[in-house]
Design a protein around this ligand. Structure first.
Ligand SMILES: NC(=O)c1ccc[n+]([C@@H]2O[C@H](COP(=O)([O-])OP(=O)(O)OC[C@H]3O[C@@H](n4cnc5c(N)ncnc54)[C@H](O)[C@@H]3O)[C@@H](O)[C@H]2O)c1
Length: 373
């Protein structure tokens, strides 16, 4: 396949992460042509030009629509804030570009539906940036579940916590605006749902409580502004196959920096993982003498593919940005018509439906079936 021409919109936290992935995918995997970093867009021309120099892109613009008419751009990474995803992804697909859009898919269900329709019409590849499923450790946990290593799954618990909004006096940010979405549901719950989809299945019905620990926050230029969405969510769920599950997410959890805690209980054992220790997992096998049973900690190593593509030595650790390189390789496979494992717009819409079902459940104080949303 000819080298892919890359466009990038947004160069903040995730824009840099995508740029690193596009820069590294050929070196790490060794089996794809080096992508051509063609055109990058930021809010203003000077910043865009500086970022293009730093990230290695040939051209820069302050108008993201210029990427749509650039014949050398085959795929567009969309790493702008949530409320821009739908407009940019649909425009990119209509311009005949493949799309790699950051999560959450959109801030309204109608927009997410329009995005899937645009992807189907275009016939182009469109995936969402659910990088945590790409951890080699997570892939191994999936393999263990498929092999029945812990028997039949009987219950799942998943939590995602960070503390960047734990301080009640942290300044009001766009993340607290309704325009950015539901809050913790869009920031965090979607990630945990991507893990559940990858390992055990989508949510089928949900019962939700949302929490807003602080009613308002200070504005940087004085005064205070009302917080418009929720920093916390507690959700009871039934997953596909009738598996009971609990999901808890919190953007205001002091001490938690990047926690995604997963516990999967089965009829013959349990699997445990925490993103803050992303290079290991624990497995408990209910076998052998009961006096010798206990959780075993397994460190990531080359046998957990594709860890081997990054480092030949076990226990030397991958990092957050490496997950995006793996995701990028999956996207390149998809564009090349090969089998891939990433969350496309169809699966992404299913995750969006789950999140909207959660919000509806909270508003109506009742269980909601995801299919009814
Ligand atoms: N996959 C993950 O693990 C993960 C982690 C963090 C954030 N995210 C998602 O990534 C997205 C971006 O988050 P972030 O933390 O990188 O934000 P950020 O604020 O660091 O970066 C966003 C960038 O987009 C630019 N931008 C905004 N509007 C633009 C426009 N019209 N044209 C060009 N550039 C524009 C901004 O100037 C900024 O540089 C969000 O949707 C967020 O949910 C995903």
């Amino acid at each position: 396949m000819a080298a892919i021409g890359v466009g990038l919109i947004g160069t903040g936290y995730m824009g840099k992460c995508h740029a690193l992935a596009w820069n590294n995918v050929a070196t790490i995997f060794g089996d794809v042509d080096r992508p051509r970093l063609v055109h990058l867009a930021e809010r203003n021309a000077e910043f865009a030009a500086a970022r293009a120099r730093e990230f290695g892109f040939a051209r820069a613009t302050a108008d993201w629509r210029e990427l749509l008419s650039d014949p050398e751009v085959d795929v567009i990474s969309i790493t702008t804030p949530n409320q821009f995803h739908a407009e940019m992804a649909i425009a990119a697909l209509e311009a005949g570009k493949h799309v790699w859009c950051e999560k959450p898919m959109a801030t309204s269900l109608a927009d997410a539906e329009r995005m899937l329709a645009a992807a189907k019409r275009s016939g182009k590849v469109a995936i969402i940036g659910y990088n945590y499923i790409q951890n080699p450790v997570m892939r191994h946990i999936r393999k263990l579940l498929e092999e029945g290593a812990i028997g039949t799954v009987t219950q799942v618990r998943v939590e995602m916590d960070e503390d960047f909004m734990a301080d009640p006096e942290a300044p009001f940010s766009p993340r607290s605006e309704k325009a950015s979405g539901y809050g913790a549901l869009d920031d965090f719950a979607v990630h945990t749902l991507s893990l559940l989809w990858n390992l055990v299945g989508h949510a089928k019905s949900v019962m939700t409580d949302l929490g807003k620990p602080y009613a308002d926050r200070p504005l940087t230029d004085g005064g205070r502004r009302t917080v418009e969405n929720h920093d916390q969510a507690s959700v009871l769920m039934r997953l596909e196959g009738g598996i009971p599950a609990v999901l808890m997410v919190n953007r205001a959890a002091w001490g938690r920096k990047g926690r995604i805690a997963l516990q999967i209980f089965g009829s013959a054992g349990a699997l445990v993982y925490d993103q803050e220790r992303m290079n290991e997992f624990q497995i408990y096998r209910a076998a052998g003498p009961t006096g010798e049973q206990g959780f075993v900690t397994v460190l990531a190593g080359p046998q957990h593919r594709p860890y081997d593509r990054f480092v030949p030595a076990p226990g030397h650790s991958l990092g957050f940005n490496d997950l995006k390189v793996v995701e990028c390789r999956e996207l390149v496979a998809a564009i090349g018509g090969e089998p891939f494992r990433a969350i496309d717009f169809a699966e992404g819409l299913r995750i969006e439906r789950s999140v909207h079902a959660m919000a509806q459940s909270f508003a109506e104080r009742r269980w909601v079936d995801v299919a009814d949303v």
